[in-house]
Every structure is written in C-alpha cells, then in structure tokens.
Design a protein around this ligand. Structure first.
Ligand code: VGL
Ligand code: ZN
Length: 198
C-alpha cells in the first residue's frame, strides 16, 4: 500500500494575523515539515477563491461573517474575505516546506460554490480530481493534517473514507475554528465515517 500525507490549507489567512485566523494555526508547521520529510508522497491543498466569492459575507447584502445561509447546494457558513487568488493571504505559511510537495490541489475557485473538501466541492458531487490522482499513483492510505480540523480537514477526511481510502487524521497537527460546537460534531462525523483519529 502506498501512503500519502495530505496537508490541508496551511495558508497565511488561516494563521495568526490572517483574515480567518485559526488559533494556534502556525504551531503545527514544524511537525508537518517533519512528517513531510519522511512521507512517500506529499500533497498540499490551497483554498483559492476569486474576489467576490459567494462564500464571503461581503458578497451578500446585509450579511455578517459566520452567518449561515441557504445556497442551491445546501447550507453555507459565510466567511470573512480570505484566500483570494494571488493575494498574500492565499500563500502558504512561510515556514511550510512546500518544496516537499509532489502535487498542489487548489479548490474553491468557482465563484458560486465553496469547496471545503480536497475531493469534492460543497455540492458533494463536483470532483477536484484528487481521487484520480491518488488512484493512478496507487495511493490507498492517507494521513491528513492542517487547517481547519472542523471544516476542510473534516470534509476531506470524510470524503476520503467514503471513497474507500484508509484515512487517519493526526489531530495534534491540526487546529480548529470551532464555531458553535463544530469541532465536536466534526470528530463524531469523522469517526462515524470510519476515519482514524490519532
Ligand atoms: C476553510 C473556511 C473557509 C478551511 C476554508 O480551510 O477549513 N474554512 N474556507
Ligand atoms: Zn475558503
């Protein structure tokens, strides 16, 4: 079995000082670098939104960040503007050893739909292409780390398990946003989907 490390969204906007800072987001960088150095395959994901993206509260008149609205594909949390294509906030944390990456998957680039998962957009059907990449390389075991535990790591891990990959989330190398109990719900959902939490 070939194993891959998937590093989710370790970007400036999710680290302290960023537009959607996750508490302690930068603390996981050295540990992730150490795992990458020993990994058989390394994939990075990068949240990559066009300006005016529909997941931004600023794109909806009268809306505030962290409100939840109904979109054609389901419920959507509205976020502060973040990870705008080409902006500094969308860049990887300066300490992350990106030279180790075999592949970088960008997601969230369609204006009308968000994409938390590295595998599918938030309609749960539009693929990013990562599944095909992993299968054609013979990769069937995944370890996920990164930001944020309860959103992009969670959605990626659940999708990967449903697709039949053997998935471990290494929680000490993840940090959460934790909106209204979202971390506890994410942990439950991952375990139910068959994800190993380590
Ligand atoms: C993420 C909210 C919005 C994440 C991305 O990487 O967890 N969260 N966009
Ligand atoms: Zn985003």
């Amino acid at each position: 079995m070939t194993h891959a490390l998937i590093v989710i969204d370790v970007q400036n906007d999710f680290c302290p000082g960023g537009a959607l800072a996750v508490s302690g987001g930068e603390e996981i960088v050295p540990g992730i670098n150490a795992l990458m150095a020993a990994a058989e395959a390394v994939i990075l994901t990068q949240d990559w939104h066009p300006g005016g993206h529909s997941s931004f509260a600023s794109s909806h008149a009268g809306a505030s960040p962290y409100e939840v609205i109904d979109m054609p594909y389901g419920r959507q949390v509205l976020w502060p503007d973040h990870c705008v294509q080409g902006a500094r906030g969308a860049g990887f944390h300066a300490g992350l050893d990106t030279d180790r990456a075999d592949m970088i998957v960008r997601k969230g680039y369609r204006p009308a739909i968000d994409s938390y998962s590295a595998f599918f957009e938030n309609d749960h059907t539009t693929p990013t292409g990562l599944e095909g990449y992993l299968r054609t390389r013979g990769i069937d075991r995944l370890t996920l780390v990164g930001l944020a535990t309860d959103f992009c790591v969670n959605f990626s891990a659940v999708d990967a398990a449903r697709l039949g990959f053997d998935v471990t989330v290494q929680l000490d190398l993840c940090r959460a946003i934790d909106l209204d109990g979202s971390l506890a719900a994410a942990r439950d959902g991952m375990v139910k989907a068959g994800v190993t939490l380590a």
